[in-house]
Design a binder for this molecule. Structure first.
Ligand code: SAM
Length: 257
């Protein structure tokens, strides 16, 4: 009886998941990460990995980044190497506004706000289709303004929040599909200030880290390639990939004119 109930629950969950594509995606991702976690077992420390290929190491790191990284107790999907580079860019630029597209639970948003706190200026505009899981610590931070909705649809609202002459930095970290990333790049590039950056995250998808499904036909990396062919206001600043290990290969776009 107990078993049949559990089976029924599982079947109900599965049928719900099949109707709801986002649940299917979450299920597949969870399976993928538990597979990576299993592979990592027994190879936890540096001394066990001196002969491990970078490609395998990146997979192992991805597992930890996505499943275990936290900022001030809040889950965040940032690679530590890249976040260090963000800190350096932000310190150099001293931006008035950081637009973070894709906030997830807000860990990265809070981390960016804390950098601005230390600099003593600037604000964050955080865009996501869902802010339900963002804790109050993030929502109430005085430098953070979260706006819920599709990033491209929100463009007019975001544009109206920026005063001419303000220094703007953009970090795109939303759905990572080719279509959405190229739309975000085309829609938002005019807001980036000269000398500042449009950082496109997770260009590592299928360019270092293999991803199944919809990403096989293109993701952020390919979107950047398309964008760079049609827009000569930006260069790819590869000096920002100084740790070699980066989740954003060819993803640091610097506006030069
Ligand atoms: C990879 S997570 C963001 C991770 C976060 N920046 C961090 O480092 O912790 C991607 C987020 O993008 C959001 N998203 C997906 N498509 C979007 C869209 N079209 N517009 C705005 N946000 C979107 C998702 O809801 C999800 O929270």
């Amino acid at each position: 009886m107990g078993n049949s109930m559990t089976r029924k629950e599982m079947i109900d969950k599965l049928s719900k998941a099949i109707k709801d594509k986002s649940l299917v995606k979450k299920y597949l991702m969870a399976k993928y990460f538990s597979y990576l976690e299993r592979r990592r077992e027994g190879k936890k420390f540096l001394e066990n990995n001196l002969q491990t290929s970078v490609k395998t190491l990146i997979k192992m790191m991805q597992c930890v980044i996505w499943a275990k990284n936290k900022y001030f107790g809040i889950p965040t999907g940032k690679s530590p190497e890249d976040f260090w580079v963000y800190m350096e860019i932000i310190y150099e630029l001293q931006p008035d506004i950081i637009i973070e597209i894709g906030n997830f639970m807000g860990g990265s948003t809070l981390a960016l706000a804390h950098i601005l706190d230390n600099i003593g200026k600037g604000r964050i505009i955080g865009l996501d289709i869902n802010h339900n899981d963002v804790p109050l610590t993030v929502k109430k931070h005085p430098r953070i303004r979260l706006i819920t909705g599709d990033a491209c649809e929100l463009f007019p609202t975001v544009r109206d929040l920026i005063t001419t002459g303000e220094k703007v930095l953009i970090i795109e970290d939303s759905s990572h599909t080719y279509k959405n990333t190229i739309n975000v790049l085309r829609t938002y590039n005019s807001l980036v200030s000269k000398g500042s950056y449009f950082i496109v995250e997770d260009t590592i998808v299928n360019h270092g880290l293999d991803f199944p499904g919809e990403f096989l036909s293109g993701g952020p990396y390919e979107a950047v390639e398309t964008f760079m062919k049609e827009n000569d206001n930006f260069i790819i600043d590869r000096s920002r990939e100084k740790f070699i290990i980066t989740w954003n290969p060819r993803g640091y776009l610097k506006k030069i004119k």
